[in-house]
Design a protein around this ligand. Structure first.
Ligand code: SF4
Length: 285
């Protein structure tokens, strides 16, 4: 059994004081200690942003990817060695903006990856521009008169795109968030955990207080009920109430890699590489 402190590097976090990333990081370390997967069997992929800076502070086998490209790297890792537990982490701009297309297709393919999105509803690292989840009318450096686009609803989007695990957590409730992280990692298939992560510095609207006035944990919800799940997914927009927890979960689909007997028998990286393409190349000459 490891301890959360075993996942800390010698670098001090550079996040602003009060940033929601501290709570998320606390939940992540607690989760890693409690699931107790050996270091060599777990791989994390980080996107770019304040979220991605966690790469430097967290002692994990990890890859710091390009902006918006955490998911394709994570998918490649899983296909090369499906014995690995693969986690991807990124922000709302990274995952739902630059990486929006990758996000949609990871959901529908049902890649066996746990995706933790630090959703602070703003571009934080670039000092406060409107992101895909910024609320309509919010003023920012990129929209000084207020954004006119309707924000993306990641929970509804993931359910309708085919993700088999969709949950929402809050960085102000570390124990609950950690339970959701563990459930996402244990789930076989694509697991979105959208995490409400206040950006103390650049988002003065979606604050801890804003969330504490709206969040709740629905009692008796059956995550297998997709109609009810979709109703909960839209509750923030419709009723100004924000349900937390596992909103949707399906267990009747194969994960992407399980569809291919060529790799399910033995991970690709353990197979001999005997591919001779010289004759194919000659046909082009
Ligand atoms: Fe956190 Fe926002 Fe500061 Fe980034 S800019 S570290 S998200 S408070």
């Amino acid at each position: 059994m490891s301890t959360p402190n075993e996942y800390i590097t010698s670098y001090d976090p550079t996040w602003c004081p009060g940033c929601g990333n501290f709570g998320l990081w606390g939940a992540l370390k607690k989760t890693l200690a409690e699931i107790d997967i050996p270091h060599e069997q777990l791989m994390a992929v980080y996107g770019i942003g304040c979220s991605g800076n966690g790469f430097s502070f967290t002692k994990l086998n990890a890859f710091h990817g390009l902006h918006g490209r955490a998911l394709p790297v994570a998918e490649g890792l899983k296909l090369a060695n499906h014995k690995l537990t693969v986690i991807a982490l990124g922000g709302d701009g990274d995952g739902y903006g630059e990486g929006g297309n990758h996000f949609l297709h990871a959901c529908r393919a049902n890649h066996d990856i746990a995706y933790f999105v630090h959703n602070n509803q703003i571009y934080g690292l670039t000092t406060g521009q409107t992101s895909p989840t910024s609320e309509e009318g919010i003023k920012s450096k990129s929209n000084p008169s207020g954004g006119v686009d309707q924000p993306i609803n990641p929970v509804a989007l993931a359910i309708t795109a085919g993700a088999t695990f969709v949950a929402r957590g809050f960085t102000g409730d570390i124990n609950h968030l950690s339970e959701l992280m563990k459930a996402a990692i244990k789930h076989k298939g694509f697991a979105l955990l959208d995490i409400l992560q206040p950006c103390f510095t650049f988002n003065k609207h979606n604050t801890y207080q804003y969330f504490r006035q709206r969040i709740y944990k629905p009692e008796g919800h059956n995550p297998a009920d997709i109609q009810k799940a979709l109703s909960l997914a839209w509750q923030w927009e419709r009723e100004d109430k924000i349900p937390l927890g596992i909103i949707y979960q399906a267990t009747n689909r194969l994960a992407f890699h399980e569809n291919f007997p060529q790799i399910t028998k033995q991970p690709l990286k353990e197979q001999a590489f005997n591919l001779d393409i010289s004759s194919d190349l000659k046909s082009f000459v």
